[in-house]
Design a protein around this ligand. Structure first.
Ligand code: ADP
Length: 407
């Protein structure tokens, strides 16, 4: 008997048998019967043509017809259905056909079932990957939206805080004029208010800077800049704190530090100041901070190395994200230079934003975080050497500086 006739002979029995097993109740039986009829039609085509690919469209349809809730609960696999079809087929075949015909038919059917298995596994994998990547896209869009709201909030809050702060600063200045600068307790209290408002103003300015960077609105005033000059001023500014913390600040002479480059010197100063402030903050009293560097092809590298608590490998990227401060927020004091006195976690994102706006970059190297062994950290800054101002409008003002020269 021809194989197509054998298939026709067992068809009704096979469909009835597997439909009963796959759907013991009446519910969904009609739909299942239609699907099994379709499967069987294609199975017959596959056997007749010798091409199991006939089953592919139906298998794709089955795999992609998974509902959202099935995907969500990971109830995705159709392999158990194929298992039933495959394991029940020999039973039906041997019940309906004689031994020789049964063996002949099974030998023809097995490769087709094997194909169906691998095809369904592949299709299910594709469906799942598609589902997961769609979910990831959704999450990313949502994260972007949240980040945007956060950035809007920072900007609004910063501007709203600035007005009352200016009022406090103004009234404190008037009071200071009346009280005078002597050693009276009134003058001491006013000094305390002054310190508080200065720190608050710094935080608000950081919030404004971070929202400018977030929205690509940081505008740079390129002018001739020498790193060694910025470091000299910085060392002077930080000297009192370095002394108070009994630390050593070593600023090395390095090639490139005397190299003129066009940059926004105020912003570069701010970036270096953030790094030095952090080095002071995260290094215990008595530690050493070394600023060094070198000139690379068309870049100046500056390194700020400390003998402080160090940073874990897994945090070395996160600290450059806004609010990427580490540790327990409740333990943070907001001192700018006290040992481990935390800030709002905006210093490094601003530093990174400033450097990237210049076409530069920043990264950190540290063996890890350890408050006893003090592995220290080295922040590396790369700043491109620009012989001319990239700002056309300003360029003519600095024609004399067109060529980089030794200072
Ligand atoms: P913060 O205002 O908290 O100092 P930053 O953005 O400047 O914010 O730094 C983010 C975090 O990176 C800090 O909270 C600190 O945990 C870590 N960090 C920065 N600089 C250093 C350093 N030199 N040594 C150890 N940890 C550091």
């Amino acid at each position: 008997m021809r194989i197509s006739e054998l298939l026709t002979q067992i068809r009704a029995h096979w469909i009835d048998h597997v439909a009963h097993l796959l759907s013991p109740g009446e519910e969904g039986r009609d739909f299942l019967l239609v699907e099994l009829e379709r499967f069987y039609d294609l199975l017959q085509q596959a056997i007749a043509s010798g091409d199991p690919g006939w089953l592919k469209p139906l298998l794709i349809e089955w795999a992609t017809a998974r509902t959202e809730s099935e995907l969500l609960q990971e109830k995705i696999s159709l392999s158990p259905v194929l298992d039933t079809l495959m394991t029940e087929t020999p039973k039906v075949v041997t019940q309906v056909l004689g031994e020789e015909e049964a063996l002949f038919l099974l030998k023809e059917l097995m490769p087709i079932f094997t194909y169906a298995y691998s095809e369904i596994a592949q299709q299910e994998m594709l469906v799942r990957v598609g589902y997961i990547s769609a979910k990831l896209d959704q999450v990313q869009t949502e994260l972007r939206r949240i980040d945007h709201s956060k950035s809007d909030f920072i900007s609004v809050a910063a501007h709203e805080l600035k007005t009352p702060l200016t009022l406090i600063e103004g009234y404190a200045a008037m009071l200071r004029d009346q009280v005078g600068d002597d050693d009276s307790s009134g003058a001491m209290l006013l000094k305390g208010i002054g310190n508080g408002t200065t720190r608050l103003a710094e935080i608000i300015n950081d919030m404004i800077d971070v929202s400018l960077i977030d929205n690509n609105l940081l505008s740079l005033n390129f002018q001739p800049t020498w790193i060694n000059r910025l470091l000299e001023v910085l060392a002077k500014e930080m000297q009192p704190v370095i002394k108070e913390r009994n630390q050593n600040l070593v600023i090395k002479e390095f090639s490139g530090s005397k190299q003129m480059t066009f940059a926004d010197s105020e912003r570069i100063y701010q970036a270096l100041r953030n790094l030095l402030t952090n080095a002071i903050k995260y290094t215990p009293d008595g530690g050493t901070i070394t600023i060094d560097g070198r000139e690379l092809a068309s870049l100046i590298e500056v390194t700020v190395k400390d003998t402080g608590i160090g940073i874990d490998q897994e945090d070395q990227i996160r600290i450059f994200e806004k609010f990427g401060l580490l540790g327990d927020i409740a333990l943070h004091s907001s001192s700018k230079t006290k040992f481990k006195g935390g800030g709002p976690g905006l210093g490094l994102p601003i530093t990174k934003g400033i450097l990237e706006a210049h076409g530069g970059t920043i990264w950190v190297e540290s063996l890890g975080y350890n408050e006893e062994d003090l592995p220290g950290s080295i922040f590396h800054v790369l700043l491109p050497i620009l012989a001319e101002s990239p700002d056309d409008k300003m360029a003519h003002l600095f024609e004399d500086y067109n060529k980089p020269s030794e200072n």
